[in-house]
Write a protein that binds this ligand. Structure first.
Ligand code: NDP
Ligand code: 8X3
Length: 252
């Protein structure tokens, strides 16, 4: 029987790349995100290419009841999740703390921390019942180091870093693996979302150096997930070769 991976934020970037890679590796997939049209298109594509079974579950991770009901409504066979990839996340704005936008702060905190927690509670309960599972949490270099104007986004990713460690401790008696993956700059829709659709500003983030691409992170996640049963990768920080730390990038 094929293993199952549940990927949050599968409509774009790292989540979408994980969907491709895990489908190629014969996993059945639960794909989540808000943009249902994208999820359905991706599901059709992967099913045709890899003959993988796919469940689409469309919800906003910020809406607690929506998260719980959408996940709990999945048929029982889909609750045998082997791998949860907690990837849905975003940044909004890049301003000094005194100029920060309250709504942007709420969005980041609600998505990156609370959303991740809502999904994790439901799925980790399934994993405890099943007596197996592996949770991969997408942190960021921003959770390891604070950079100018990154304030609240950095704080949400530091929270993910802490939760990654906390989950590993709490789920240890149940044999569930927990891995944190912390990327540096990855060229996805991330910066376009951060700058609210300003494509020119977003493009500048990746100017003059070679950033990571989503597939680099999907491969890193696959490396962690495909280790033998007795090996857990606690965490990995993955950077572009041209990026030494959150704010230091060698641009040509
Ligand atoms: P993208 O913007 O390309 O993808 C983000 C994904 O998150 C989308 O599928 C989006 O789906 C989903 N998402 C956002 N908000 C919600 C929500 N409220 N409910 C459900 N899903 C949501 O960015 P990336 O692929 O780059 O980002 C993936 C993760 O990696 C994020 O957690 C990000 O913080 C992290 N990361 C990114 C880095 C980068 O440089 N790109 C570096 C380090 C970490 P939809 O809009 O359809 O709901
Ligand atoms: C995304 C990377 O450095 O833009 O988490 O915050 S960064």
């Amino acid at each position: 029987m094929s293993k199952i991976a549940l990927i949050t934020g599968a409509t774009s970037g790292i989540g979408e790349a994980c969907a491709h890679l895990f489908a190629r590796e014969h996993y059945n997939l639960i794909l989540t995100g808000r943009r249902t049209d994208r999820l359905e298109k991706l599901a059709k594509k992967l099913n045709t290419k890899y003959n993988t079974e796919i469940a689409v579950s469309s919800f906003d991770v910020r809406e607690r009841e929506e998260v719980i009901s959408n996940l709990e409504d999945l048929p029982a066979k889909w609750k045998k999740v082997n791998v949860l990839i907690n990837n849905a996340g975003l940044s909004q704005g890049l301003d000094p703390i005194q100029n920060g936008n309250y709504d942007d702060w709420d969005t980041m905190i609600d998505t990156n921390i609370k959303g991740l927690l809502y999904v994790s509670k439901v799925v980790s309960n399934w994993m405890v019942t099943n007596k197996f599972g592996h949770i991969v949490n997408l942190g960021s270099i921003a959770g390891k180091e604070v950079y100018p104007n990154g304030n609240v986004y950095c704080a949400t990713k530091a929270a993910v870093d802490a939760l990654n460690k906390a989950m590993r401790i709490d789920l240890l008696p149940h044999g569930i693996k927990v891995t944190g993956v912390h990327p540096g700059a990855v060229d996805t829709e991330f910066s376009e979302v951060r700058f609210k659709g300003d494509k020119e500003r977003a493009k500048k983030v990746y100017d003059g150096f070679e950033p990571l691409v989503a597939a680099d992170i999907a491969e890193t996640i696959w490396f962690a997930v495909s280790r033998p049963a007795h090996v857990n990768i606690n965490e990995l920080v993955v950077m572009p070769t041209a990026q030494a730390s959150a704010a230091i990038i060698a641009r040509k």
